[in-house]
Write a protein that binds this ligand. Sequence first.
Ligand SMILES: *Cc1c(COP(=O)(O)O)cnc(C)c1O
Length: 357
Amino acid sequence: MLNFTVGPVKSDEVVLKIGREQVPYFRTDEFSKLMLENESLMKKFAKASCDSRVVFITGSGTASMEASVINFFNENDKVLIINGGSFGERFVEICNCYSIKNTEIKLERGHDITEEELYKYANLGYTGLLVNVHETSTGVHYNIDMISKFCKENNLFLVVDAVSSFLADEFNMEALGVDIMITGSQKALACPPGISIMVLSPRAIKKAEVVNARCYYLNINNALKNGKRGQTPFTPAVGTLIQINARLHEIEANGGVESETKRIHELALDFRNKIKDLPLEIVSNSMSNAVTPLHPLNAKAGDIFEILKNEYQIWVCPNGGAMRDEIFRVGHIGALTKEDNTTLVNALNDLVKRGLL
Ligand SMILES: *Cc1c(COP(=O)(O)O)cnc(C)c1O
């Protein structure tokens, strides 16, 4: 089975090998040391300032999205949410769930936010902005430099869901003035699902203290306190954290975050070049290296997904809801190679020959 979805993605041998081992007890100095290494490498790869902190939450990426709303905002806040697809929508639903005042900036599908659309909201008393830097559902990578500038000018607390973008696209947390960056284990980290990660700026750490959220499992102050000694308040997904440690070290040994981003970028370019003559239209005006969103001109996207899965043992990523027949996505994260791209492109060419694409 060849996996071109956007998560869980294909893991490499190093990660797979750990997966077959017994899961160790974790209230030990050895595990604390491993967790402190995870924190330090995450800070390095996110390009966070040295006084930033990292929290590892056992839960999928959405757990960190929720934690970044409830621990950092309250009834005194009013936030802007960039909503260009289902992950932007999710931030809106989380804020509504906790009655955090919010305004959503709804974007046309497949389109980046423009300066005009964003600057309408300058000087209107907002206190924060939530954005999924890569809106994975549509494959749009937002202009984070422009968003960052706007947030600095308006003194907004900036939360960036980089779940599918971390490692795949260039990102400099400190330079962008990002307060929280979120990612997850099953995207470009290419580990099993189960851990989501929040990198917190010094300002975020202070804000969590002030807000002092009334929540238990996702309490960030408690997680930060335990994290100082390399521990978590509750039993984490220990095995996944060990796999993350191996992956982070592997990336470091292969030249660090820049090399990993370059590798994913080249894989994406290779695929995009190979499909130039196919009846597939790229449907994003600003792409992440993580994903290519495609609209088949002569076929239904949902059918392509099913046929590739059932007849070719290749998984591409289907879209949900109204987009199901319009768009499918091809991921470039995980342990994929240019040869894997060729295998997929050969299958697509075969579909054309069969009159199915
Ligand atoms: C995958 C993803 C998430 C997390 O989704 P979970 O199913 O909760 O892991 C969040 N945001 C974006 C942009 C994603 O791509």
